[in-house]
Design a protein around this ligand. Structure first.
Ligand code: ADP
Length: 447
């Protein structure tokens, strides 16, 4: 509105100035034409001039003052009147001795505004012999200009007020879809996160904005659902061992039992408590790493050394299933990783390879440099994973084919932790698997 106000004022001022200049240049050219006419009736000698055609002085516009009068007056160089037209009656056009050359200016005659020209009458050698003073009334032109100025003065605020309402109306109309987006977005909370904002009809920027917000809501809804699922899975996983322990203990105290029976049941309860403790520990670990508060302390590590340490630590599990683990590393391979986090990653992957392999099936661990970066490959000949399941195994609490896996202990958190820790350290994980043939986990270090 401010810019429009300035522009309109500029435009109207220009219009006024153009009209003003046109009016005055028109008046001045009229005065000029009249001066040529009068000059034609002057005979100029060396030191004086003579007015020849007196008829010209008797023309209507020189006699009357009502219709388009033109006042003409001739004075000598001192300003003394020599001749004037009849319409001047008793009046006299003012002579300005200072105006030696042809000059146009505004003046007054009997209280009325006039446009006046003072033109020297010169002999051929340029000597001024007198002055021709011509004037025409300015009243009509001044009236036109005054009216124009008044109209423009009134028009500026009127146009601005009109523009203000028009702009407000149009802006309001174009903003209303945005208001709809805002009000719908404001209403969406965690409870009704499945609601979406209606897409506008035209595929403009607003459409893209709405589409993007809807996509964002999709992702948020996904995250909220996963969060809910996680909570219900976690409580389910904790409730089951608790119910088992409670049931076992209740049955146990119903009547006196033999020492062996007590021992067996208590051992069973301890194993369930251990399972719970393990689950709680993993949940806490996941929560800690997902909170983003723990950052990896990466350092150059001898990966071969870390692997050897883990294989040694898992010897009991390996021996129990009589699994031949091949890991021969001649040259030490270094990579950037957080030692504690890397141990958790390798331990979980190797432990899965043992868990999901039948007795006696080999596990092959390879460590190599690929394009200057370390890669660790853990290959087993276990039960394998279906293609469509592979991307889900990193989800929290996800276990492939519950019935199948339930024979093997686990809670589906191990690989979720592996994924989180790999992401934190910017390690790339790749899984290839064929059901019945085996699974290969590759860890690509980033430097
Ligand atoms: P779990 O406690 O069940 O082992 P994980 O998160 O470690 O949980 O693994 C998720 C699922 O991925 C497992 O339940 C299993 O079905 C599958 N899985 C992981 N590693 C292997 C493997 N080496 N061979 C076959 N299946 C595997």
């Amino acid at each position: 509105m401010m810019a429009t106000a300035v522009l309109i004022t500029l435009l109207f001022t220009t219009i006024y100035l153009v009209v003003y200049n046109t009016v005055f240049s028109h008046l001045d050219s009229d005065l000029d034409a009249e001066s040529v006419e009068v000059h034609r009736n002057l005979v100029i000698l060396n030191d004086r001039f003579v007015i020849t055609n007196s008829d010209e002085w008797m023309e209507k516009e020189h006699r009357q003052i009502e219709v388009n009068p033109t006042f003409v007056q001739i004075v000598d160089i001192k300003g003394s009147l020599i001749k004037k037209t009849g319409n001047l009656l008793y009046g006299k056009l003012k002579f300005y001795p200072a105006f030696k050359n042809k000059t146009f200016f505004d003046g007054m005659l009997s209280g009325a505004p006039i446009r006046q020209a003072q033109i020297p009458i010169q002999n051929p050698s340029g000597l001024t012999l007198g002055y021709l003073i011509i004037a025409i009334p300015l009243e009509e032109s001044a009236l036109v200009l005054r009216n124009l100025r008044n109209v423009l003065f009134v028009a500026i605020p009127l146009v601005l007020i009109f523009l203000y309402f028009i702009t407000k109306f149009i802006a309001g109309k174009s903003i209303s879809p945005i208001n709809t987006v805002i009000s719908t977005a404001e209403k969406i909370t965690k409870e009704n996160i499945d609601e979406r904002i209606e897409l506008p009809l035209h595929k403009d920027e607003l459409y893209t904005l709405t589409y993007t917000i809807n996509n964002l809501l999709d992702r948020l809804q996904d995250a909220v659902l996963r969060e809910k699922q996680f909570t219900s899975d976690a409580s389910h996983e904790l409730r089951t061992p608790l119910a088992v322990i409670k049931g076992t203990l209740e049955v146990l105290i119903r009547k006196p039992r033999s020492t062996e029976q007590y021992e067996a049941k208590i051992k069973y309860c301890i194993s369930e408590v251990n399972r719970m403790a393990n689950l709680v520990e993993q949940l806490l670990m996941l929560a800690r790493y997902e909170s983003g508060k723990i950052q990896p302390h990466t350092q150059k590590l001898n990966i071969a050394e870390t692997l050897e340490k883990i294989i040694l630590r898992m010897q009991h599990q390996i021996n129990a299933k009589r699994i031949p683990v091949s890991f021969e590393n001649k040259t030490p391979i270094f990579a950037n990783a957080d030692p504690a986090m890397l141990e958790i990653i390798l331990e979980n992957i190797i432990s899965n390879s043992i868990k999901y392999s039948e007795e006696g099936k080999a596990i092959e661990i390879t460590l190599k440099n690929e394009n200057g970066k370390a890669v660790c490959i853990i290959r087993d000949c276990g039960i394998g994973i279906e293609k469509e399941e592979i991307e889900k195994i990193f989800d929290r609490f996800y276990r492939v084919e519950e019935s199948h896996s339930s024979l093997i202990s686990g809670n589906g958190l191990g690989l979720a932790i592996v994924k989180r820790l790999s992401d934190l350290q910017k390690l790339f994980l790749n899984v290839e698997s064929r059901p019945g043939e085996g699974t290969t986990f590759s860890i690509y270090f980033n430097g």
